[in-house]
Design a protein around this ligand. Structure first.
Ligand code: NAP
Length: 235
């Protein structure tokens, strides 16, 4: 039996990933910072709920203790994320970006990933087939953002693509340090969720596909890579 934790799984890609992995037979923990939303989502799915705010050390550590006491963890999906748009769905442009803008977004998308990894790695190391999936983005690719013919070239904000570039680097470095764990980053594609004020062009079913696939890779599968539904992506 495979036990899987998905951070930020009360909605969006995390929720759909939970649904698919439950279907595949995993025991799934829906991690959510809002206990009401998390409990409701877990009940709807038939999953377990764990309160987990990736920006809060005590919350992450309590979640790790609870899952350890319940029997441990095999698969960790670092999915929780924010894009940092304005209330009306606009972008924060470079001229308006402050250190605080960056710090607050990095606290979720980057430091949150490290916080969760640090708390859960000891549990994963006890698994016979441990897997980590870091949900990144195609916006992490500098070569695409500088290429005027790329669809992501238009993207004007600073903090989000910088945070996902950091997630990719985190993935590579942890993968080298923990060769017994399959650790990969994924690009779900531009998906219609609250994150982007529902401007995405894919469904959550399409977006979750690569997250679900990489959550189920076998111990002889790849590690330290970046994948979309179409296959491996060059860094
Ligand atoms: P979403 O529907 O907005 O879901 C984001 C989830 O993250 C929500 O459950 C949210 O919880 C949770 N979250 C935010 N801050 C958190 C925190 N501090 N602690 C715990 N949970 C937190 O967005 P999504 O599109 O599914 O995003 C999921 C992941 O996919 C993100 O990492 C995103 O960057 C990545 N991604 C998305 C797209 C896309 O086009 N949608 C493309 C590439 C990558 P609340 O409900 O409490 O806010």
């Amino acid at each position: 039996m495979t036990t899987t934790l998905i951070t930020g799984a009360n909605k969006g890609l995390g929720y759909e990933t939970a649904r698919r992995l439950l279907e595949a037979g995993h025991t799934v923990y829906v991690g959510a910072r809002n206990p009401d939303l998390g409990r409701e989502a877990a009940a709807r799915l038939g999953a377990r709920f764990v309160e987990l705010d990736v920006t809060d050390e005590a919350s992450v550590s309590a979640a790790a203790d609870a899952i350890a006491a319940d029997g441990g963890l095999d698969v960790l999906i670092n999915n929780a994320g924010v894009e940092g748009r304005t209330d009306d769905g606009g972008f924060v442009l470079p001229g308006d970006t402050t250190a605080e803008t960056m710090q607050s977004l990095f606290d979720t998308n980057v430091f949150g990933v490290v916080r969760v990894l640090h708390a859960f790695l000891p549990l994963l190391e006890k698994s016979s087939a441990p897997v980590i999936v870091n949900v990144s983005s195609g916006l992490a690719l500098t070569r695409e953002l500088v290429n005027p013919s790329s669809v992501t070239h238009f993207y004007p904000a600073v903090a989000y693509p910088a945070s996902k570039a950091a997630v990719n680097m985190i993935t590579v470095q942890y993968a080298k340090a923990f060769p017994d764990i399959r650790i990969n980053a994924v690009e779900p594609g531009y998906t219609k969720t609250d994150l982007n004020h529902n401007t995405g062009v894919q469904t959550v079913e399409q977006g979750a596909e690569i997250i679900v696939r990489m959550a189920q890779i076998s111990p002889d599968g790849p590690s330290g890579g970046f994948f979309s539904a179409d296959g491996a992506i060059d860094w």
